[in-house]
Design a protein. Structure first.
Length: 366
């Protein structure tokens, strides 16, 4: 799923409220925060800033009042008003939609869309209408739907906080703390010890030649170069209680299938004995890691590259290309299933807006 980049409201020099509302949009690869203003008042005094109670809850409940053609969002005695539709769908065909709202520590709008006939949902526009000045809208797009297929749009989460009067760059410190609190509640930690150990490069001396990066390979713990060092690393992980071990070379960097595969199977037996889970490595934009591309492989698909607004290549492979993403996903899943790998390190990500018109996403999407 690709979405248009979410815009962030620019704070102004007159931004002085003691209460601030924030809209958090859950996207496929990021969390965006829209800091929006409720009203204007006199600046918090130095005494107010110094006496701000940091022990109080970071987030304040937001009350939503929906009426036909309008909405009111209230928190901490402040209110912002909106005139228009809660959401607007931009699609090729008519879609059925059902929305719900949950008011808890923060307020979350959810939306399910069902297609009657084949259609492409090009945009989901939350709060499509007129806000008070400087309040943003969140817009998302672009999904192909089959008949009777149900699609859950990205949720829209709204929270509020009291402003402290203490500035950190463009934002009030309490805003930053509130967004941090939201992230911690939305994505609670699930591990109480290091999640994985990357094999890394044990000797950092480098040599760049002919577009390739060479490290000191004699003492480099990889499946093909020095599997004995990989075995030593696994034993170290078992000894100090590290659960996951990501191994080099990755699936697309193996110099051969038979010998390297046999090495990995042997090492997997030792890993299971030590209760250590092994993981894979991949470069999702280009496939071939420059450190281990011994065979000088290349994709040679210029039509898959990210294009800039001028129509010229502006980056590596675009992950919105259906053919490329399908190939990458199926190869990783098959390889990891075959060798019992339980984690994938995705390296060299270089995600940026792509303006190609034949990648299956809207021009300018990321």
């Amino acid at each position: 799923m690709h979405t248009n980049p979410t815009r962030i409201t620019k704070p102004t020099s007159t931004r002085t409220l003691r209460t601030c509302i924030g809209v958090f949009v859950l996207q496929s690869l990021a969390l965006a925060a829209l800091a929006t203003e409720l009203a204007k008042s006199s600046p918090p005094s130095a005494v107010q800033s110094q006496s701000f109670d940091w022990s109080q809850p970071k987030l304040m409940p937001v009350k939503v009042e929906m009426q036909p053609g309008s909405a009111r969002l209230s928190a901490g005695g402040q209110t912002i008003r909106f005139t228009g539709e809660l959401f607007r769908l931009h699609a090729d065909q008519k879609l059925d939609a059902k929305w719900t709202v949950a008011e808890q520590e923060f307020t979350t709008f959810s939306l399910d869309v069902t297609a009657r006939t084949p259609s492409r949902l090009r945009q989901v526009q939350w709060f499509a209408g007129e806000w008070e000045p400087e309040v943003e809208q969140a817009i998302q797009s672009n999904e192909a739907l089959a008949p009777r297929q149900r699609y859950s749009a990205h949720s829209l989460t709204i929270g509020a906080c009291r402003l402290s009067g203490q500035r950190v760059g463009k934002f009030d410190r309490a805003e930053i703390e509130a967004v941090s609190a939201y992230v911690e509640r939305r994505f609670p930690p699930r591990f109480d010890r290091p999640m994985f150990l990357s094999t890394g490069i044990v000797n950092r001396m480098t040599d760049v030649r002919d577009g390739r990066i060479f490290y000191s390979m004699a003492d480099n713990a990889t499946l093909a170069l020095n599997p004995k060092l990989v075995e030593e690393d696994l034993r170290l992980c078992g000894k100090i209680g590290i659960e996951y071990y990501q191994v080099f070379e990755g699936v697309f960097d193996w110099p051969d299938e038979a010998k390297t595969g046999a090495t990995l199977r042997r090492l997997q037996k030792e890993a299971r004995r030590l209760d250590v889970k092994m993981g894979d490595y991949a470069n999702p934009q280009g496939l071939y890691c420059p450190h281990y591309n011994y065979e000088h492989r290349s994709l040679n698909h210029p039509e898959w590259l990210i294009l800039g607004a001028n129509g010229k290549p502006a980056g590596p492979e675009c992950l919105g290309v259906t053919e490329y993403a399908k190939m990458l996903r199926e190869r990783l899943v098959a390889h990891n299933g075959k060798f019992g790998l339980q984690m994938i390190c995705l390296d060299f990500l270089n995600i940026k807006p792509c303006y190609a018109t034949n990648h299956g996403h809207e021009p300018g999407d990321v």
